[in-house]
Design a binder for this molecule. Structure first.
Ligand SMILES: NC(=O)c1ccc[n+]([C@@H]2O[C@H](COP(=O)([O-])OP(=O)(O)OC[C@H]3O[C@@H](n4cnc5c(N)ncnc54)[C@H](OP(=O)(O)O)[C@@H]3O)[C@@H](O)[C@H]2O)c1
Length: 254
């Protein structure tokens, strides 16, 4: 299948490489920044473009993997293509594509992708959606070559999954970043926390999170909580987060 990637960020990079590894023919990479397009296109032996007028109109599949807020404006540039057009967003409706008269679909991988970290697609849940059955079958076939976890989900369910991904992935990662900041300002290395972070994630592979909560809030150790809040006197935003999360743990475990 001839594939055009629109976007050269985290998801575009991983998806394009995974598709190529499965024998798909990634023919073009579009980015608004030609250097970014070239970086990815060179790895795929594809053409790098930064102008929509250079777009190959005869590809089978166009994957829009740009920031959510830019999907609409990118889709608007694809009016002349006849192939299937998908986006990779969790919380963007399929009609952001169909309103432009495109053969529309969604190909949302429920995983966290960063360019510098390799991932295996084998177990990544791939949430697909399409406007007609023929295109859905095509997407399903393609998705099945990448992963053994393919889900045919409507937009509402996909949005819920994305919301939970923010809670389960994006927020914890931000909390790691805040922990790293506190360690750093006390001349301690982030490395010392890695076994704890690993065990926290590993525990919920075999337990429900609510059953393995630890820490001062679930024990109702108010003196410890107060000491921590005092230690954050100079970092009021972190104090707010600490208080909000501690209250949430207490309410959940009442
Ligand atoms: N990262 C994840 O873990 C993840 C997981 C699942 C789904 N997704 C979804 O995948 C999509 C891409 O996310 P990402 O994390 O890969 O993003 P990213 O790494 O931040 O890359 C964003 C891309 O959007 C492009 N872009 C931004 N504004 C644009 C515009 N006005 N016109 C054209 N291109 C524009 C950027 O192009 P330049 O480089 O040229 O600026 C860049 O290639 C999003 O819909 C996101 O919700 C992300």
């Amino acid at each position: 299948m001839d594939v055009v990637l629109l976007g050269s960020g985290n998801v575009a990079t991983h998806l394009a490489k995974a598709l190529k590894a499965k024998g798909e023919n990634v023919i073009q990479v579009y980015s608004q920044n030609l250097d970014n397009a070239k970086l990815l296109a060179n790895e795929l032996s594809a053409e790098a473009i930064s102008n929509y007028t250079d777009l190959n109109n005869k590809a089978d599949l166009y994957i829009i993997s740009v920031k959510d807020d830019a999907i609409d404006e990118v889709a608007a540039q694809l009016k002349n293509v006849r192939g299937l057009v998908v986006h990779t967003s969790g919380t963007t409706d399929i009609n952001v594509l169909s309103k432009h008269g495109l053969r529309s679909g969604v190909f949302y991988p429920l995983q966290t992708f960063s360019k510098g970290k390799s991932v295996s697609f084998d177990n990544i849940p791939l949430c697909i959606e399409a406007e007609n059955e023929t295109d859905l079958n095509k997407l399903e076939k393609l998705a099945n070559t990448l992963s053994n976890k393919v889900y045919n989900l409507d937009g509402e369910k996909r949005k819920v999954l994305h919301l939970t991904a923010v809670f389960a992935c994006n927020f914890p990662n931000h909390l790691y970043a805040l922990a790293a900041k506190i360690l750093d300002s006390n001349q301690l290395e982030f490395d010392i926390l890695r076994p704890l972070i690993f065990e926290t994630a590993d525990k919920v592979m075999t337990n429900l999170p609510i059953n393995v909560q630890t820490g001062p809030a679930v024990r109702d150790d108010q003196n410890t909580i107060n000491k921590h809040l005092n230690m954050l006197n100079n970092l009021p935003e972190l104090q707010d987060i600490y208080q909000t999360l501690s209250n949430s743990i207490k309410i959940t475990h009442k």
